[in-house]
Design a protein around this ligand. Structure first.
Ligand SMILES: C[S@@+](CC[C@H](N)C(=O)[O-])C[C@H]1O[C@@H](n2cnc3c(N)ncnc32)[C@H](O)[C@@H]1O
Length: 231
């Protein structure tokens, strides 16, 4: 059994999707045969190794612009004066937002652990801090009020889905939600992310209310997808 496969199954996928028994049956497989074995295993068991996200409707992508980074994406979108970053950690990206959104008047930073924040990033009178679980903090904020929300907190399916659904209520019409880590797999943590599936499902079910306006690429696949609420 390869160490690669063992780590992939036992550290990553198994945690969320597979039972120990399911894992055992895949652990004998050589790496080069893995894909065909997984397809066979899926057909036999009716299970999916990773849940398959729905495709985005092509109509949602007609006005989507692609940027080489999230930094350029933020600089290029004409974002309005009231913003939120959900999941801010040291405040590195908050600093980028503060420096690049020229119309910005207020940036609310939410994190369950604000002790990580570095003062140099947030020494700005436009910053407002909220400590707590993202969904609890977002729920206390005014509906239809914010011009943009950057979501980068929990990357599991349920956490992200809730952050997205609440954010959709908090932004005004024409407001933008930018979702970091738009992917199904984190190569650095060797584990699944639920952001891509939850966002695709959201866009399919809110087909008439949101458009995809921008994709910010990341070299390891931690892309950003920005969506705009229709007026
Ligand atoms: C990837 S870091 C954010 C990085 C930051 N956006 C940047 O690009 O510089 C994720 C942050 O989200 C916070 N976080 C994770 N799950 C959360 C939750 N459910 N509620 C609030 N904060 C959460 C973590 O404490 C961590 O600081």
């Amino acid at each position: 059994m390869s160490r690669f496969l063992k780590s992939r199954l036992s550290i990553g996928i198994r945690k969320d999707y597979l039972t120990t028994h399911d894992c055992e049956s895949l652990l004998h497989v050589k790496r080069r045969d893995l894909r065909s074995h997984i397809e066979h295993w899926q057909n036999c068991t009716g299970k999916e190794l990773l849940p398959k996200p729905p495709l985005l409707p092509q109509s949602k992508l007609e006005n989507c612009k692609v940027y080489n980074s999230r930094q350029l994406l933020i600089q290029s979108l004409s974002l309005g004066p009231r913003g939120i970053e959900v999941g801010t950690q040291k405040g590195d990206f908050a600093k980028h937002i503060l420096d690049s959104v020229s119309s910005l008047r207020e940036l609310t930073l939410i994190d369950m652990d604000l002790s990580q924040l570095e003062t140099k990033n947030i020494a700005d009178s436009r910053v407002r801090l909220m400590e707590g679980k993202s969904q609890d903090c977002l729920n206390t904020l005014q509906d239809d009020h914010y011009d943009f929300i950057y979501i980068d907190a929990g990357h599991g399916y349920d956490d992200f889905k809730h952050d997205l659904e609440i954010s959709a209520r908090k932004i005004n019409s024409n407001g933008v939600i930018i979702c970091n880590d738009y992917t199904s797999w984190s190569p650095l943590e060797v584990e699944p992310y639920g952001v891509l599936r939850a966002l695709n499902e959201f866009l399919v079910s809110h087909e008439n209310n949101f458009d995809v306006i921008a994709l910010g690429l990341h070299v390891w696949g931690y892309h950003d997808l920005a969506i705009r609420k229709k007026s």
